[in-house]
Design a protein. Structure first.
Length: 375
């Protein structure tokens, strides 16, 4: 008799505990996505991309019946407070009149002071994570270069180089200077973490719209889509890109000369595929100014294994946007020019061979390391 009377209470207590544990799991997930969205809002100066990140994540959860999110800007948009809530069904607590549970989260992000890194190299252990060879020049007086490697040496600056930047911050204690002028090099400093980790959108999975092959002739036009299998551009083919997203999957693009032009374009690398610019390319490419891919010129799928990405000799380029390729060991070879660019680069490692760059931060932001969570 006693057991029969207590059984409903035990079931309700156990079931209620299951509902509460589930709610805590949703709350933890909500906090994580809100952190990333608030960082994105602080970095962008508005909440458009942040709201997309919240919606794409929580909207995909079948256990969340509704959600809200808002972002409040203060101090001339250098600080952002994000608040979000999510409602989920309570399967057991509904018996006692609690049909749903609501969890909340709050986060705050702010921009730091000082010059923002134009180049961030993420590999924490690579020897020579930054290698600057003879003839390389970088003119970016409002930008910083951050090297997270603590290897010995973490960076090498060879003779005949000139890096005119606000600061070079190297996490490691040892660099090698073989006669190159490097400006303000600081070792054993707090190099920036990945400034875009978790804040960039993931394109939806879609079928191939083009299966690659060979492009030749005087000129070709490209439309946004999913390009599979690699493309060889024979001869000096002029290429014009219509505005939109270009997904590259399952093969490299080998470019041999020609003029590349495209406004409002984004290239997304779904695997270790790459674009290899060989000699004689003149590229004028700019990222979108609005929308979910705003300011993003090149980026890749998260979690890719380490691979190479090469830019060889060019006839100059004008590139505008974020180049976020954190898995790539990037090499810019002899004669690779970049003039008048607005770029923010994030790579695994970087080699500069006889290059000539003039850079400023793509998004005009300031703050060493970009946006940081305050709470």
């Amino acid at each position: 008799m006693v057991i029969a009377l207590l059984l409903p209470v035990l079931v309700l207590t156990t079931g209620g505990a299951i509902d509460l544990v589930h709610a805590e799991s949703v709350r933890s997930d909500l906090r994580s996505v809100l952190d990333n969205a608030t960082l994105a809002a602080a970095g962008d100066g508005d909440d458009r991309r942040a709201e997309v990140l919240i919606g794409s994540h929580l909207g995909a959860r079948e256990d969340v019946t509704s959600y809200t999110a808002e972002f409040s800007f203060s101090n001339k948009q250098r600080s952002v407070v994000g608040q979000a809530s999510a409602t989920l069904d309570a399967h057991f607590l509904g018996i006692v009149g609690l049909p749903s549970l609501t969890v909340t989260a709050e986060a705050e992000a702010a921009m730091g002071d000082g010059a923002r890194p134009c180049i961030t190299l993420l590999d924490p252990t690579a020897s020579q994570a930054l290698l600057v060879n003879s003839g390389a020049k970088v003119r970016a007086p409002t930008c910083e270069i951050h090297v997270r490697s603590t290897a010995s040496p973490a960076a090498i600056f060879n003779g005949g180089t000139r890096l005119d930047v606000s600061r070079i911050c190297v996490a490691g204690s040892r660099v090698i200077k073989n006669g190159g002028w490097t400006g303000n090099v600081e070792t054993s400093c707090k190099a920036s973490e990945d400034p875009f980790a978790g804040t960039l959108p993931t394109p939806p999975t879609s079928v191939c719209t083009d299966f690659g092959g060979v492009r030749e002739g005087r000129s070709v036009s490209f439309r946004p889509g999913v390009y599979c299998g690699g493309i060889n551009f024979n001869g000096s083919v002029d290429v014009e890109f219509e505005p939109g997203l270009y997904v590259i999957r399952g093969g490299n693009w080998m470019v041999n000369g020609g003029d590349w032009t495209g406004r409002g374009v984004t290239f997304y690398f779904e695997d270790s595929s790459r674009i290899h610019f060989n000699s004689g390319v003149n590229a004028k490419l700019s990222a979108p100014k609005d929308g979910i891919y705003r300011d993003i010129l090149f980026f890749e799928k998260s979690g890719l294994g380490r691979s190479n990405f090469l830019f060889d000799e060019s006839r100059g380029s004008e590139l505008d946007g974020i180049m976020y390729l954190p898995s790539r060991d990037m090499t810019y070879n002899s004669g690779s020019d970049a003039r008048g660019d607005r770029l923010t680069m994030v790579f695994n490692t970087l080699i500069l061979n006889d290059t000539d760059w003039k850079l400023e931060s793509a998004d005009g932001q300031r703050g060493s390391g970009g946006p940081r969570l305050v709470r």
